[in-house]
Write a protein that binds this ligand. Structure first.
Ligand code: DX5
Ligand code: ZN
Length: 229
């Protein structure tokens, strides 16, 4: 497995989602935004947990030739446990599984045993108490700000209460945990998410669907950083 450090926990990061990139030119798209990329967010959809299919381990392996960034793989899958090893072997650095699929403690243990950084995701309507018992065992909490399945949806501001709750819990217990938001993040919504306590921002269409993705990523970073000061 490629060992790539995620960097210090809790630090601000931009994680472009390749879901909105040109899949016919993925290597090029990933390379051209590299200067404004901290992590690369890889959206994996199985057509079962979400009503869409995207990509799998072979694409992750190919992408490795074009990027040395931390690959933050978001597994929107009903049975992520069947694929963790394949992702680890393909060059994934972190894998995030959804709490809604169940078997969470085992999945965390399995991902950890594979040397992966471990994330746990919650859909917008999944309450904080569903993920709370696992916070001490994971590296990243992904709070979805859209219902997963498609890029280009609108940011759900109502999720910010959950982000605030998570940030309070992380700070109160000095947990080594990143809080990531994913869905509808753009220059207008990024500051809202950062103020609520998110430190990793995933953005797909706000970067790759723009005419100049590198400039769009830089603008997103600037907007988010301005909320920190
Ligand atoms: C949602 C995916 C997201 C999404 C982000 O199903 O997990 O990563 O593609 O796309 P935007 O930024 O366009 O909402
Ligand atoms: Zn995602």
């Amino acid at each position: 497995m490629t060992v790539i450090d995620a960097g210090p926990v809790g630090e601000f990061r931009i994680a472009p989602s390749i879901l909105s990139a040109d899949f016919g030119n993925l290597g090029y798209d990933v390379e051209r935004i590299d200067a404004e990329t901290d992590w690369l967010h890889v959206d994996v959809m199985d057509g079962h947990f979400v009503p869409n299919v995207s990509i799998g381990p072979p694409v992750v392996a190919s992408l490795r030739r074009y990027s040395s960034r931390f690959f933050d793989c978001h597994l929107m899958m009903s049975e992520p446990g069947r694929y963790l090893e394949a992702f680890a072997r393909s060059g994934a650095n972190g894998c995030t599984v959804h709490v809604e699929v169940g078997g969470t403690a085992q999945l965390i243990e399995d991902a950890r045993a594979l040397g992966l950084r471990v994330g746990l995701a919650a859909n917008p309507d999944t309450p904080f108490h569903a993920v709370a018992p696992f916070l001490g065992d994971i590296d990243l909490l992904l709070l979805m700000t859209v219902f997963p399945g498609f890029g280009g949806q609108s940011f759900m501001a109502e999720v910010m209460e959950k982000v605030e709750e998570a940030r309070r819990e992380v700070d109160r217990n000095s947990l080594a945990l990143d809080i990531e938001v994913d869905g509808g993040i753009d220059v207008a919504t990024a500051p809202i998410a950062v103020r609520a306590g998110a430190n990793v921002l995933v953005a797909g269409s706000a970067i790759f669907a723009r005419e100049d993705p590198l400039a769009a990523a830089a603008a997103l970073r600037a907007a988010a950083v301005s909320a920190l000061t």
